[in-house]
Design a protein around this ligand. Structure first.
Ligand code: 13P
Ligand code: SF4
Length: 305
C-alpha cells in the first residue's frame, strides 16, 4: 500500500480512536487497511470487544447496522451508505408480519442479512457460521427462516427434526453459481477440494466437499491436507485465502462478484475516517427490539464450546 495512504490511515485511526472492520469480500487494499477481516459473525463479535470510539465498517449496511445495534454508544460509519445487500432487501417487515400471522406457532430465525426493522420482529438471529446451531437451539417445532431460501434449505437438511418455513429470497452472487461452473473447474483441477458458501443453490452444495461460512473456509484451508481449493463464494475471499496460505492454490469463480461489497474504496474509507460520516443511525425503538435476537445469538454462541 502507498506509504502516504498508510500514514493517513495511521494518523486518522489515532486521532479518532477508530477500529476498521472489513468483510472477507472487500477489495484487497481495504482488507490490508483493516484491523480485522472476517465473516459476519466474527466482525459482530470484534465490534463488541473493542475499546474504540468509532467503528468504520467496510462491508454492507446490515453488517454496519448490526455493529451499531450491539454498540449503541459508539459511532459507526459505513463509507458508502448505498452499499446494501439486495437479499436483505427481499423481505420487508410487512412480509414477515404476514408470514407470522399464517404460522402463529413458529419461531422466527432471521439471517443476519436482514435490515434492522425485520430483525426487530425476529426471535433469534444467525449467520452462515452458526445457522445450524441456532436452529437446533429453538424450542418451537416450526421455524420461519428469512430471507435466504438456500441457506434455509441447507439448515433444514442438517436439522431434520425441525420444520423450516422458507422465504424465497436469495443472493444473486451465489445463485448465479451453477453446477457446471464447479464441474468445469473440478475437471481442470481434479485434486482440488471444493468449498462453497451455503448461500449457493442446493445442486451446487451437493457437488462440494464442504459448505462453510467465509471464515469457515479460511479455517479449513489452513488445516486441510489439500493444497488446491475451488472457492464457491464471492471472489474477494480468495485474496485473504492466498495471503494467509502462500503455498496453496485457490481457484476463484470470477463471475461471483458482489457489486455492493466492492463499493467501498480506499478513497471513501479515508474520507469517512476524516469526517466520521456517513454515520449509521438506527431509530431507538427499532434498535432496542432488533438487539434482542442479535444479542441472543451472541449469548448462545458463547455457551457452546
Ligand atoms: P459470511 O458471514 O459467511 O461471511 O457471509 C456473508 C455474506 O454476505 C455472504 O454472501
Ligand atoms: Fe448480500 Fe450476496 Fe453481497 Fe453477501 S454476497 S452481501 S448476501 S448480495
Amino acid at each position: 500500500m502507498d506509504i502516504t495512504i498508510q500514514t493517513r490511515l495511521a494518523t486518522l485511526k489515532k486521532k479518532h480512536n477508530i477500529l476498521i472492520l472489513a468483510h472477507n469480500y472487500q477489495r484487497p487494499e481495504i482488507q490490508d487497511a483493516a484491523d480485522f477481516v472476517g465473516d459476519s459473525l466474527d466482525l459482530a463479535i470484534k465490534a463488541t470487544k473493542s475499546n474504540a470510539d468509532v467503528i468504520v465498517f467496510c462491508g454492507v449496511s446490515f453488517m454496519a447496522e448490526a455493529a451499531k445495534i450491539l454498540n449503541p454508544d459508539k459511532t459507526v460509519v459505513l463509507p458508502d451508505p448505498t452499499a446494501t445487500c439486495p437479499m436483505a432487501n427481499m423481505v420487508s417487515p410487512t412480509d414477515l408480519r404476514t408470514l407470522k400471522n399464517k404460522h402463529p406457532k413458529a419461531a422466527v430465525l432471521a439471517y443476519i442479512n436482514t435490515n434492522a426493522e425485520v430483525k426487530a420482529l425476529a426471535d433469534l438471529c444467525c449467520t452462515s457460521a452458526n445457522g445450524v446451531e441456532m436452529a437446533r437451539s429453538i424450542k418451537e417445532q416450526e421455524i420461519i427462516f428469512i430471507p435466504d431460501k438456500n441457506l434455509g434449505h441447507y439448515i433444514q437438511q442438517q436439522v431434520p427434526e425441525k420444520t423450516l418455513i422458507l422465504w424465497p429470497g436469495y443472493c444473486h452472487t451465489h445463485q448465479d453459481i451453477l453446477p457446471e461452473d464447479i464441474t468445469k473447474l473440478k475437471a481442470a483441477h481434479p485434486k482440488a477440494e471444493v468449498l462453497v458458501h451455503p448461500e449457493c443453490r442446493p445442486e451446487v452444495i451437493a457437488l462440494a466437499d464442504h459448505a462453510f461460512s467465509t471464515n469457515g473456509m479460511v479455517s479449513h484451508a489452513k488445516t486441510s491436507q489439500a493444497t488446491e481449493f475451488i472457492i464457491g463464494t464471492e471472489q474477494g475471499l480468495c485474496y485473504r485465502l492466498q495471503k494467509e496460505n502462500p503455498g496453496k492454490c485457490f481457484y476463484e469463480l470470477s463471475k461471483a462478484y458482489c457489486p455492493n461489497m466492492k463499493k467501498i474504496t480506499i478513497e471513501k474509507l479515508l474520507n469517512s475516517m476524516e469526517t466520521l460520516e456517513p454515520e449509521v443511525h438506527v431509530p431507538d425503538p427499532i434498535m432496542h427490539k432488533a438487539k434482542i435476537p442479535l444479542q441472543r445469538m451472541m449469548d448462545l454462541g458463547r455457551k457452546t464450546p
